[in-house]
Write a protein that binds this ligand. Structure first.
Ligand code: E4P
Length: 214
């Protein structure tokens, strides 16, 4: 499983990318809205200048024609832009049009296996099931990852599964076990992945022993 970072914040992207573990970036309108005094295209230029992997940029239009127009403008910013499209009939019409033009797509707001299957058949490069938001309503987001992974394996579907709406480190481990190809993770959770009290304790003990040499 690969790691993407789920943010539009440049400091977070730079810091996470410098760790050598980030293969791509996902943004969404809410994350972009948190970034003040920078236009969306400018921010996408900054991100794609740094990160060579997939950078998801979401369209705002809700009709297929509008999504296609917006998506083409976003895709023209850099070759590694992936157009993020919501899981709706119009969204899938746009995905189909993008796939015919070789533009990569990430179908977002996936909450069922049928939605993932529809998106894959429309030609989506990625589908993004939202774990945390399913857990929030008492469903099991991880079971959805397993179901999608199983269906895609049975039918030899190449669309990749991005585990999204990740809330804590256990979501990351479990997404990997359940067959997600990628987890897109907020910076706060990426930092948590590094931590273990025994690592800190071990470093402290090694240093103390080293410094006590006579
Ligand atoms: C995925 O691409 C989305 O940007 C994201 O993971 C949504 O997460 P949230 O439910 O924490 O907003």
């Amino acid at each position: 499983m690969k790691f993407f970072i789920d943010t539009a914040n440049m400091e977070e992207i730079k810091e996470a990318y410098s760790l050598g573990i980030v293969a791509g970036v996902t943004t969404n309108p809410s994350l972009v809205a948190k970034e003040k005094n920078v236009s969306f295209p400018d921010r996408l230029r900054e991100i794609t200048d740094l990160v060579p992997g997939s950078v998801s940029a979401e369209v705002i239009a809700l009709d297929a024609e509008g999504m296609i127009k917006e998506g083409k403008e976003l895709a023209a910013i850099a070759p590694n832009i992936t157009i993020k499209v919501p899981m709706t009939p119009d969204g899938l019409k746009a995905v189909h049009a993008f796939s015919k033009e070789g533009i990569k797509t990430n179908v977002t707001l996936i909450f069922s296996a049928n939605q993932a299957l529809l998106a894959a058949r429309a030609g989506a490069t990625y589908v993004s099931p939202f774990l945390g938001r399913l857990d929030d309503i008492g469903h099991n987001g991880l079971d959805l990852i397993s179901t999608i992974a199983e269906i895609f394996a049975i039918h030899d579907i190449k669309t990749e599964i991005i585990a999204a709406s990740i809330r804590h480190p256990q979501h990351v481990t479990d997404s990997a076990l359940r067959g997600a190809h990628i987890a897109t993770i907020p910076f706060k959770v990426i930092k948590q992945l590094f931590n273990h009290p025994l690592t800190d304790k071990g470093i402290e003990a090694f240093l103390a022993d080293w410094n006590s040499r006579s």
